[in-house]
Design a protein. Structure first.
Ligand SMILES: C[S@@+](CC[C@H](N)C(=O)[O-])C[C@H]1O[C@@H](n2cnc3c(N)ncnc32)[C@H](O)[C@@H]1O
Length: 148
């Protein structure tokens, strides 16, 4: 194993988890900034060419672990690994953001669902080769159908 070190922090308008849109149909179009520490800035070379990025980050304000979670998008419980719950054995978040522009070591992005000051562990270009018709959305698709 290794000891993770943050490469930067998220600058977001959200100060409290209650402010982040949740549940079925929640839209994540909020703009924020991924502020990368100056020592890691060389690692941003050529990132401008990518429209979307995966951001790996730490749920630094989540407490505890719940292996069975009841997400805001359903009234039924599901295993934590079938959800995006913050209360997981390794509190790591994954968010896809749209890269709007780069300003030195600051990446201006759309689609943040993280609190202000959230530590960033890694950034990777978003590339998906899975065709839309091959994707199955599990309990989420069922929950959406029940809600209709
Ligand atoms: C359901 S999680 C999904 C996060 C990410 N998109 C994922 O899939 O891993 C999103 C929630 O995490 C919570 N959250 C955001 N930043 C956090 C932080 N730094 N510590 C703890 N909870 C956080 C907010 O309540 C937000 O609604």
């Amino acid at each position: 194993m290794f000891t993770p070190i943050p490469i930067g922090v998220v600058r977001s308008p959200y100060r409290d988890t209650k402010e982040v849109p949740k549940g079925l149909g929640a839209k994540h179009e909020t703009e924020g900034v991924l502020e990368i520490a100056s020592e890691f800035e060389p690692g941003l070379a050529d990132i401008e060419g990518f429209s979307h990025l995966f951001v790996l980050w730490v749920f630094d304000r989540a407490g505890g672990v719940e292996l069975i979670a009841t997400p805001p998008s359903d009234d039924r419980p599901h295993g934590v690994f079938a959800t995006r719950s913050p209360m997981r054995p390794n509190p790591i978040g994954l968010t896809v953001v749209e890269l709007l522009r780069r300003d030195g070591r600051r990446l201006h992005v759309r689609g943040v669902d993280m609190l202000d000051g959230t530590p960033i562990l890694d950034i990777k270009p978003y590339l998906s080769s899975v065709p839309q018709e091959s994707l199955r959305r599990g309990w989420l698709a069922e929950a959406e159908t029940r809600r209709l």
